[in-house]
Write a protein that binds this ligand. Structure first.
Ligand code: ATP
Ligand code: MG
Length: 405
């Protein structure tokens, strides 16, 4: 089993998938724009070969370079789990005649308007939306969609350039702010709770499923620095309020022709119980969601993803034992972390439920909270009871404070 894996060194968690591939018996050939000598040892040790390319996002150049590197040798899989390169992986598969999801299929997971068209065509509920590339088109779309509405990039990530718009005055302002984005969606604003639906699929069949709730909704968490965003996986997926969302998720996988691999979907549940599709990627969720899922079920999804991809098999005991919450912290002040308050009392009370404390330490420089969801670090906790998991998460959100100067 010879697997080409794009970007084995970025984002950092890719190292776990490379390790997983090696553990299930694959020979892994990395392609990335980090020089070979600069690859971390825990990545390099699992690689059978590595092709250094000048720019991984220069698709045509990478295609040509990989073609001549492979030189007609047999390749069994081409995989990528970082959103900006999933389409490149599909192009490489087609160019090299390798089994896996086609460019057309992957486009359904990358282009938010094509995505919604295909899902809508399957009779599933998506927000009413329009693809617009000029201010006049946006005004026209706003007429039809009505307020409140959302303006966001067609190929967005991390809630960048995403705005809720409540009236025409705001639309004017937001069109100004998003002028640098060539194409945006103007979309019905869906009021409700926000969840994920995550899977590892084999030939489109979910062989592992997960749901997590965002607290609060990402757009709010990402526009208010004082908030400590929490994401909590749900242990008990059989609860009635999740049923329709999980069904929606399964329908979406069919509508988009999912193949084998990870998916990460977001969906909304309105107060009247209606569920609405948000977005989906054919890649794992970021910001340690897979670690949370591993702690939820005591499994190793990095390896089981690899087993799915290589051998169309997933070996997982299906018990879900915990609700696992991650609490992201943002320091007060700018510059370097000077002290952390409240951590010791928190650990004294809840330490046995803490599976990972990964806060920045005094002396380290603050991260840009607008650019990274992980912010200035996080605490991860787990508990079999939903309400207890949230109570512990809340204690960390309110009680632990990082200061920077
Ligand atoms: N139609 C909508 N109605 C209500 N809220 C929305 C809508 N579209 C987007 N949002 C809010 O904006 C956030 C970001 O939007 P979306 O998930 O589509 O884009 P993204 O930037 O790719 O996401 P991510 O933050 O997951 O990378 C959502 O999580 C949600 O809180
Ligand atoms: Mg999103």
């Amino acid at each position: 089993m010879r697997v080409i894996f794009l970007c084995p060194q970025y984002p950092p968690e890719m190292a776990h998938y490379v390790r997983g591939l090696a553990e299930v018996g694959a020979k892994v050939y990395g392609v990335g724009d980090t020089p070979k000598a600069a690859l971390p040892p825990h990545v390099r040790r699992y690689l059978h070969g590595y092709l250094h390319v000048p720019r991984i996002l220069d698709e045509d150049a990478v295609l040509a370079a990989v073609r001549s590197w492979v030189a007609g040798a047999r390749i069994d899989r081409v995989e990528a789990l970082w959103e900006p390169v999933v389409l490149l992986a599909a192009r490489l598969r087609e160019a090299l005649g390798v089994h896996g999801m086609s460019v057309d299929t992957v486009r359904g997971f990358r282009d938010k308007e094509i995505m919604k068209q295909r899902i809508r065509a399957a009779g599933l509920r998506v927000p009413h939306s329009f693809r617009v590339s000029s201010a006049s088109e946006a005004w026209e779309a706003a007429e039809t969609v009505g307020y409140p509405l959302i303006v966001k990039p067609i190929a967005g990530a991390g809630s960048a350039d995403t705005y809720r718009v409540d009236d025409s005055r705001e639309l004017e302002r937001v069109l100004d702010l998003t002028r640098h984005v060539p194409e945006v969606s103007v979309e019905e604003f869906v009021e409700g709770d926000e969840y994920t639906y995550d899977t590892v699929c084999v030939r489109g069949e979910p062989r592992y499923e997960n749901v997590a709730q965002y607290l609060p909704r990402p757009l709010i968490a990402r526009t208010n620095e004082w908030i400590s965003p929490v994401i909590c996986t749900v242990r008990d997926l059989s609860q009635p309020h999740l049923r329709d969302g999980i069904e929606l998720g399964r329908g979406v996988l069919k509508a988009l022709g999912m193949g084998t691999g990870f998916t990460h979907m977001e969906w909304y549940r309105k107060s009247n119980g209606e569920v609405v599709f948000g977005e989906i990627g054919c890649r794992p969720g970021g910001a340690h969601l897979i670690d949370q899922m591993n702690f939820t079920s005591d499994v190793d999804l990095f390896r089981e993803w690899a087993r799915a991809v290589c051998w169309e098999d997933v070996q997982i005991n299906h018990s879900r034992r915990y609700n696992t919450a991650i609490i992201f912290k943002r320091a007060l002040g700018q510059g370097r972390i000077t002290r952390i308050e409240g951590l010791h009392p928190f650990l004294r009370t809840y330490g046995r439920h803490v599976v990972w404390e990964n806060l920045l330490k005094p002396g380290q420089h603050r991260r840009d909270w607008l650019r990274t969801l992980v912010s200035d670090g996080f605490v991860m906790v787990r508990h079999p009871e939903w309400s207890s998991a949230l109570e512990i998460a809340d204690a960390a959100a309110r009680g632990v404070t990082l200061y920077a100067e």
